[in-house]
Design a protein around this ligand. Structure first.
Ligand code: UDP
Ligand code: MG
Length: 336
């Protein structure tokens, strides 16, 4: 069992109105300033709030400082992971311990500006389920960060159908019930808007401030670009075919089998009808590959269907999401 260090305010029964979730990995020099900035920004709004800092196995003393701060600050909850898992699991842990109906996430390195939180919340209150920050004036290296990110954003937009300028911005606001419907794996946190879109969320973006990193160093390099592209395939599949994998694999399987059969019949005609030798024809190899691939793809589709049913049924995940149910009070069974 994970040990939770509680301060008095957080053990109150009524949940706060806002949870601010921050993943931290080796951000010791930014931490105090970050907590101050969040506190200033959020307390100005007059909301009740909690700050959930998730220490992702830091080795620079962030964990110790965070623990110490959690005992001093009534609104702070420190969640310390056993080792470094990565930003997505750290965020997932933060979501798990968040109790408010509205959740805001931001980075722990002060690149996002907590002063933008009220603006994001205002959008949620307009009725959106997810509000994403757009780092219009992004302060990162041009060649290694901005360029790959521009390409990635364009690709993600095209493939997922969610049009945002900046998927990578951690400063986002969510309705908690949306988060509850989503499971995060790998490095999928940047695809939260796309995953939310799959769940039928109303999504928008607002330009936010962005500052250059002053302390510590970025935890990512160019390698992330490739992982983002791979994740994109996963998300695309989830969006399009999660509940009907047979429609992809089955279609490919049928196409492959039909083409293989037609070409195979043609070769049979050449051999039996015209007496030509077909043993050394590349086409013969193609026919064999197409027929084998057809069977494989078809079986894949069937396996996919079984897995999909397990995915939904084992977790009690419905294949639809209800936004709201409206009915007259009289229908509730108390007469009239
Ligand atoms: N982070 C984390 N675990 C990791 C890597 C990063 O919790 O394994 C946190 C990090 O402390 C920061 C946020 O995720 O708060 C974003 O990381 P970073 O600033 O390095 O990314 P960049 O802004 O360079 O994209
Ligand atoms: Mg950063």
């Amino acid at each position: 069992m994970a040990q939770i260090v509680r301060t008095s305010t957080l053990s109150d029964v009524t949940p706060p109105e806002l949870s601010v979730v921050v993943p931290l990995y080796n951000e010791v020099e930014s931490l105090i300033q970050l907590l101050e900035a969040i506190t200033t920004s959020v307390s100005n709004m007059g909301l009740s709030y909690e700050i959930i800092c998730v220490d992702d196995g830091s080795k620079d003393g962030s964990s110790e400082l965070l623990k110490q701060q959690a005992l001093l600050r009534p609104h702070l909850r420190a969640v310390l992971l056993r080792r470094n898992y990565g930003q997505t699991p750290a965020m997932a842990a933060g979501f798990k311990y968040a109790t408010a109906p509205f959740i805001v996430t931001l980075d722990g390195d002060l690149q996002n500006d907590p002063a933008d939180i009220p603006m994001l919340l205002a959008k949620l209150e307009e009725g959106y389920d997810l509000v994403s920050g757009w780092r219009k004036n992004r302060q990162d290296a041009a060649l290694t960060r901005l360029l790959p990110s521009k390409i990635a954003n364009w690709l993600i937009g095209r493939i997922t159908g969610v049009k945002l300028h900046d998927y990578g911005c951690s400063l986002k606001a969510y309705r908690a019930e949306l988060i509850a419907d989503m499971n995060l794996y790998g490095e999928l946190h940047r695809f939260l808007p796309a995953l939310a879109f799959i769940e039928g969320a109303r999504i928008t973006e607002v330009p936010v401030r962005h500052h250059a990193r002053r302390h510590g160093s970025s935890k990512y390099g160019l390698g992330r670009t490739f992982r983002v592209v791979l994740d994109l395939f996963t998300v695309f599949f989830m969006k399009k075919f999660l509940t009907r994998p047979m429609h992809v694999f089955g279609l490919l399987g049928i196409s492959s089998t039909v083409l293989g059969t037609v070409l195979g019949l043609y070769l049979t005609f050449l051999k039996l009808g015209l007496g030509q030798s077909i043993g050394d024809r590349p086409l013969l190899i193609l026919v064999v590959i197409l027929l084998l691939a057809g069977v494989q793809l078809f079986s894949f589709g069937l396996l996919g269907e079984l897995l999909m049913r397990t995915y939904h049924e084992s977790q009690g995940r419905p294949i639809y999401r209800v936004r709201e149910v409206v009915e007259r009070e009289a229908n509730n069974g108390n007469g009239n």
